[in-house]
Design a protein around this ligand. Structure first.
Ligand code: FES
Ligand code: FES
Length: 173
């Protein structure tokens, strides 16, 4: 079979695949949502383009910067490389759905955000850290936040804010 034939077959297979697939259901910030997007679509695209939740940002697209971090069943994940299929039936939390609490208060008190681009991802990683380690050490903070890059260099403020949130909330984000 020549290239044209192969491409035509692939096109037919893709059309068949998408039209036969049932919609995907996810629970986003406590609300049940349904999407017809292909199961391979990155979760970030669905959150931003379909559901209008734009806090999670596109940075690198290859799991290297953390700007797209959201929670999947409470665990911080890079939504740019998380296929929609992995989120099916699970709880997705974005910054929009994160409860207002000590973490936000501490972030403001320490004046962490500069340009702000990386901050939704930073806060989601920090929230996941505090949920599993209520009073983290500097080393635990640095380890948990290592995958979230900040071109404005807010790392020390982030560390202070996480310690402050731990004190304020007794370890609850
Ligand atoms: S955009 Fe997902 S890690 Fe950079
Ligand atoms: S605050 Fe500017 S990239 Fe982090």
């Amino acid at each position: 079979m020549n290239e044209t034939g192969r491409a035509a077959n692939l096109g037919r297979a893709a059309a068949q695949y998408t039209s036969d697939m049932p919609p995907t259901q996810v629970v986003v910030n406590g609300q049940r949502r349904t999407t017809d997007a292909e199961p391979r679509t990155p979760l970030l695209w669905v959150l931003r383009e379909e559901f209008g939740l734009t806090a999670a940002k596109y940075g690198c697209g290859i799991a290297q910067c953390g700007a797209c971090t959201v929670h999947l069943d409470g665990e911080a994940v890079r939504s740019c490389v998380t296929p929609l299929a992995r989120a099916a039936g699970k709880q997705v939390t974005t910054l929009e759905g994160l409860a207002r609490g000590p973490l936000r208060e501490a972030w403001l008190a320490e004046q962490v955000p500069q340009c702000g681009y990386c901050q939704p991802g930073q806060i989601m990683s920090a929230a996941a850290l505090l949920a599993r380690t209520p009073h983290p050490t500097d080393a635990e903070i640095d380890d948990a936040m290592a995958g979230n890059l900040c071109r404005c260099g807010t790392y020390l403020r982030i560390r202070r804010a996480i310690h402050r949130a731990a004190r304020l909330g007794g370890g609850k984000p």
